[in-house]
Design a protein. Sequence first.
Length: 261
Amino acid sequence: MLSSALSAQAVTNTSLGNDVSWPQCQNDTSSQGPLPTGAVFGIVGLNDGLANTTNPCFGTELEWAQKTPGTASQPKAQLYVNTANPGKQAAYWPTRNVSQAGTPVAVPAQYGTCTGKPTSSACAYVYGWSMAENDATIRKVSDPGGYFWWLDVETDNTWSKTQATNRSVLEGMVTYFHGIKTTTWAHNVGVYSTSYQWGKIAGTAPAGSPLAGLPSWLAGASSKADAVNRCATSAGLTTGSEVRLVQYLQGGFDYDVSCTD
């Protein structure tokens, strides 16, 4: 049921978008499958399920999102990327404070120097920074600094048992995306998860972490009415976080209620 602060009219008037990615490709190829109709805004997954891959339908799906009207608080085309901390299982793992593309990475002093250890917070930070740099530079995103980027944080991907190093990966990604921002928005990065998955993977971001206060996009609602209710009643994923979006599944598509329109 809706909370007393909400009404059926509020549910009807809520801005509603969709998110799409590789599942909307036919047989995980570049052949585009059906896409939602009537979205007010669109969020497009850049990866093919793993942090180091590319969605084969990204181009056509981005075109779809760019044709939505958007709202005052929801850019018409937004992006989301997969995240992970695979350590020694990674196809690439840093051995120094330099990204996969060869860019020097300024690792926070408290994390020290990356020497290749899979359990190192310094190396985890460089790994995250590298994945974000790859997302922005080699996956055919025009004007990457002009987009809002969501970090998809789910237990389906590979993570360390140490929450601190998982946070380091995410902090590296956030720092990279903040560094390329060309918009006037206060934030150009947010985090997507459920409270359970976020807690299991990242725990509590300490004060001063780049993760603190980032906008939240919450998964797990059962319907549009439930999503609207969670907009009003759910806490963000990090301290000081505003809940911007809540997602629910209907008719084979992901729908996203805007909590800020």
